[in-house]
Ligand binder design. Structure first.
Ligand code: CAA
Length: 372
C-alpha cells in the first residue's frame, strides 16, 4: 500500500532579524553567521504568535470540505510546548474546526518527534486507509540572548497530510535508527531556554548520522538516492553532515544540497519542523519526479533516524510554493531593540497586536491562552 505525504505547507512569523543586525550589535564579522554557520536571517515571533498560531496557519491550506471529515487524528510535534499537560494540538483542532471525533496528542523528543509522528501516522493509515492524519511540527527556537547559540534561533511550523496514495511522497517502511542518552541540548522544566553544549551537539549529530545510516544499510536498505535532506539547526551543519555521509556512501557526493538549504537559511532553526522545511525547500526548487530522497532526522538527547521518501510523478501540482515564497517576501525586518522586545514575551495579560492576521494569541488571562 502506498502511504505518505499527500500535501505539506509551512508557516512562519511576519518578522525576522537579519544576522547582519545581530553581528553589528555584537561587533563581530557578519560572515561568521552568513558563511561560518550559513545563516542569513532568523524568523522571530511577535507576542501574539506562538506554536499554535503557526500550526494553524501551516495547516489551513491543507484542509478542504472532503478531508475535513476524513482527518481523525492530529499529531503535533514540538519541543517548545506551551503547557505541561494539555496538548497544543487541542487549540489547533478547535481553531481549524475539525471533527470532535478526532484524537489529538503532542509528541516530544527534541527536534526528532515529527519523524516519529510521520512513522506513527503511516502505520495508523495502513490500518485505517480511509482516514487521514494531520501531522504538524511547530516550534519557536529560542536561546539566551548573547549566547553563542543566539544566531541559530528561528520559528516556524510545517503541516503534512498523511494518507494513502499520497500526491507528494511515499514513505518507505524501512528506516535506520540510533538512540543514545547524552546531554548535548536539553531544557529542564524550570527553564524558558535550553541548555546546550554546542560543539558536543554538532559532534553527536554527526555520530548519530553515521550510526542511523549504518543501521539502514545493515538492514539492506537501498542506497540509490538522488537527493538528501537533513535536520537543519543551521545550514552549515547539513553541509558537514553531507560530507560525513559521502564518506560512507561515495555516490552521495554528487548530490547538491543547495536547494534543500534555501528556506532554512532565511528562517533559521525551527526544531521539529526544520527537516521538513528543508524537504519543502528541495521540492519547491527542483524537479524530483520519481526520485528517491534520503532524509536524516536528529533530536538532541538523542534520537535519530535515516529514512527514504519516493517522490511522486506529478507532485509539483500538489505543492504550495507560491504561499511559501509570499510569506518569505512579505516579512518585515526588526531592529535589534524590537527583536529584544519580542524575545521577552509576556507570560500573562493582553498581547499587543502585531497585525499578524488570524488566528492570533490575544492574551493569557487567568492562566488561560485566548486565541482570536
Ligand atoms: N568568517 C567566516 N567563517 C567564520 C568567521 C568569519 N568571520 N568566524 C567564524 N567562522 C566559522 C568558524 O570557523 C566555524 O566554522 P567551522 O564550524 O567549520 O569550524 C563557524 O564559523 C562557527 O564558529 P564557532 O564554532 O566559533 O561558533 P560558536 O562556537 O560561536 O557557535 C554553535 C556555533 C556551537 C553551533 C552554536 O551556534 C550553538 O551552540 N548552536 C546551538 C546548538 C546547535 O544548533 N547544535 C547543532 C547540533 S544539535 C541539533 O541539531 C539539535 C538542534 O536543533 C538544537
Amino acid at each position: 500500500m502506498n502511504i505518505g505525504i499527500d500535501q505539506l505547507h509551512f508557516a512562519i512569523p511576519r518578522f525576522y532579524l537579519d544576522l547582519k543586525t545581530l553581528a553589528e550589535e555584537h561587533k563581530i564579522d557578519a560572515d561568521k553567521f552568513y558563511v561560518g554557520i550559513g545563516q542569513e536571517k532568523m524568523a522571530i515571533c511577535p507576542h501574539d504568535e506562538d506554536i499554535v498560531t503557526l500550526a494553524v496557519k501551516a495547516s489551513k491550506p491543507l484542509i478542504n470540505e472532503q478531508n475535513r471529515q476524513e482527518i481523525d487524528t492530529i499529531l503535533l510535534a514540538t519541543e517548545t510546548g506551551i503547557d505541561q499537560s494539555k496538548s497544543a494540538g487541542i487549540y489547533v483542532h478547535q481553531l481549524l474546526g475539525l471533527s470532535p471525533h478526532c484524537r489529538v496528542i503532542e509528541l516530544k523528543q527534541a527536534c526528532y518527534s515529527a519523524t516519529a509522528g510521520l512513522q506513527l501516522a503511516c502505520a495508523y493509515v495502513a490500518r485505517q486507509p480511509n482516514k487521514k492524519v494531520l501531522l504538524i511540527a511547530s516550534d519557536v527556537a529560542k536561546y539566551d540572548v548573547n549566547s553563542s547559540a543566539e544566531a541559530t534561533q528561528g520559528a516556524g511550523a510545517v503541516a503534512m497530510m498523511i494518507s494513502v496514495n499520497p500526491r507528494v511522497a511515499t514513505v518507505e517502511a524501512l528506516s535506520g535508527c540510533y538512540t543514545e542518552d547524552v546531554m548535548d541540548f536539553w531544557r529542564p522544566n524550570h527553564r524558558k531556554t535550553p541548555l546546550v553544549d554546542g560543539r558536543f551537539s554538532t559532534l553527536m549529530y554527526l555520530k548519530a548520522l553515521e550510526q542511523a545510516f549504518n543501521n539502514f544499510k545493515n538492514q539492506n536498505g537501498h542506497l540509490d538516492f538522488s537527493a538528501f535532506c537533513y535536520h537543519l539547526p543551521f545550514s552549515k551543519m547539513a553541509v558537514k553532515a553531507h560530507e560525513r555521509l559521502a564518506k560512507l556512501l561515495p555516490s552521495a557526493e554528487s548530490a547538491s544540497l543547495d536547494n534543500a538549504l534555501i528556506y532554512n537559511k532565511l528562517i533559521g532553526n525551527c526544531y521539529t519542523a526544520s527537516l521538513y522545511l528543508s524537504l519543502i525547500s528541495l521540492l519547491d526548487h527542483e524537479d524530483l519526479s520519481h526520485k528517491r530522497i534520503g532524509c536524516f532526522s536528529y533530536g538532541s538527547g538523542a534520537v535519530s533516524e535515516f529514512f527514504a521518501l519516493n517522490i511522486q510523478k506529478d507532485y509539483k501540482s500538489a505543492l504550495l510554493t507560491a504561499s511559501h515564497q509570499e510569506q518569505i517576501t512579505n516579512r518585515s525586518p526588526l531592529s535589534y531593540a524590537d527583536y529584544l522586545t519580542y524575545w521577552h514575551a509576556p507570560e500573562t495579560g493582553e498581547m499587543s497586536n502585531s497585525a499578524s492576521g488570524s488566528p492570533r494569541l490575544s492574551g493569557i488571562i487567568q492562566n488561560q491562552r485566548q486565541y482570536q
